[in-house]
Write a new protein. Structure first.
Length: 252
C-alpha cells in the first residue's frame, strides 16, 4: 500500500508518519501546501491512499482537486467539530479527528485494506463540504491548560503561564512564569499537536519555548542561537542549527 500525507504542520505530519510506520504502512511522501501538492500530483503516480488535512498553509485542500483529478482513496485529518463533519458523512468520506488516536487510525487503515479501492470523483463529491467549511472556518483545538499532580493534590496550569517545556532525565517539565517546574505526564513528541504553533516553537530535541517569554536572542557557536527567557535559567536554551531558519521565520 502506497500512502501520501498532506499536512501543513510538519510536526503533525511526522507524528502521523511514525504512527503509520508502526502499523506497517509505507508513507512515500509528505507534502505541506496546496501548491506543492498540485505540482507533485502532476508529476508523480498517485498513491493508493491519502491522509489529507483540510486547512493547509496556503488554502483549503479542496483546491488541489480543482486543479488535478485525483482518484486515490482519501482519509481527512481534521479539527472540525461534529456539525461540520455531517457533510463528510453525507459524502461517504472517511475522516479522523485531531489529535489522531492510534486505535482510530488503525481502524481506518484496516477498513481501507478490507475494501477494494474505488476511484473518487473529488470535484463533484466535495462541493457541499466546501460550502459548509466556508461558512464554518476551522478552529484548531489546542490545549488551554495542563493538570499536574503535586503530592495528593492536582494543580491546573494555564498554557499562557508556561515559559517553556523541556525534557530532562526522561521526564517532560513545564517551567512557569513564577519560576517553578512541574513534571508532566506526557512527552515533547505528544506536545507537537497540542500547542498553539504561533505561540510555541520546538527549538531543539529538548525545548519548546513560548514566544512571549523570550527576553533576548544571542548568536551562538556553530551557527546556532541562544535564547534568554524571562525566568528559566536551569540550563542553556539553544536553538539547534537545523532549526534556526524555521525559528527566524516563526518569529516574523
Amino acid at each position: 500500500m502506497n500512502v501520501l500525507i498532506i499536512e501543513d504542520e510538519k510536526p503533525a505530519a511526522r507524528r502521523l508518519n511514525r504512527m503509520l510506520e508502526k502499523l506497517g504502512v509505507n508513507v512515500s511522501q509528505m507534502l505541506h501546501s496546496v501548491e506543492e501538492s498540485i505540482n507533485w500530483f502532476q508529476n508523480n503516480p498517485h498513491p493508493d491512499l491519502i491522509f489529507l488535512d483540510i486547512q493547509l498553509s496556503d488554502g483549503l485542500s479542496f483546491e488541489i482537486f480543482d486543479a488535478v483529478k485525483v482518484n486515490s482513496a482519501i482519509v481527512f485529518t481534521t479539527a472540525f467539530d461534529e456539525y461540520a463533519l455531517q457533510a463528510f458523512k453525507l459524502n461517504s468520506v472517511d475522516y479522523l479527528l485531531k489529535p489522531i488516536d492510534n486505535e482510530e487510525l488503525e481502524n481506518a487503515v484496516d477498513q481501507f485494506k478490507s475494501q477494494a479501492p474505488k476511484p473518487q470523483d473529488v470535484q463533484l463529491n466535495f462541493e457541499d463540504i466546501k460550502k459548509l467549511l466556508s461558512a464554518n472556518p476551522v478552529e484548531r483545538d489546542y490545549k488551554k491548560r495542563f493538570t499536574v499532580k503535586i503530592g495528593q493534590h492536582l494543580k491546573m496550569i494555564a498554557v499562557d503561564e508556561i515559559e517553556c517545556f523541556y525534557s530532562e532525565n526522561k521526564g517532560t517539565y513545564a517551567h512557569t512564569t513564577d519560576g517553578r517546574n512541574y513534571l508532566l505526564d506526557t512527552s515533547l513528541e505528544n506536545l507537537e499537536n497540542e500547542l498553539e504553533p504561533d505561540t510555541f516553537f520546538r527549538i531543539s530535541r529538548k525545548f519548546y519555548v513560548n514566544v512571549n517569554a523570550i527576553k533576548d536572542i544571542i548568536s551562538y557557536t556553530n551557527s546556532r542561537l541562544q535564547i534568554k527567557l524571562n525566568s528559566y535559567n536551569e540550563a542553556e536554551v539553544i536553538v539547534a542549527r537545523e532549526r534556526v531558519k524555521d525559528f527566524k521565520l516563526w518569529l516574523e
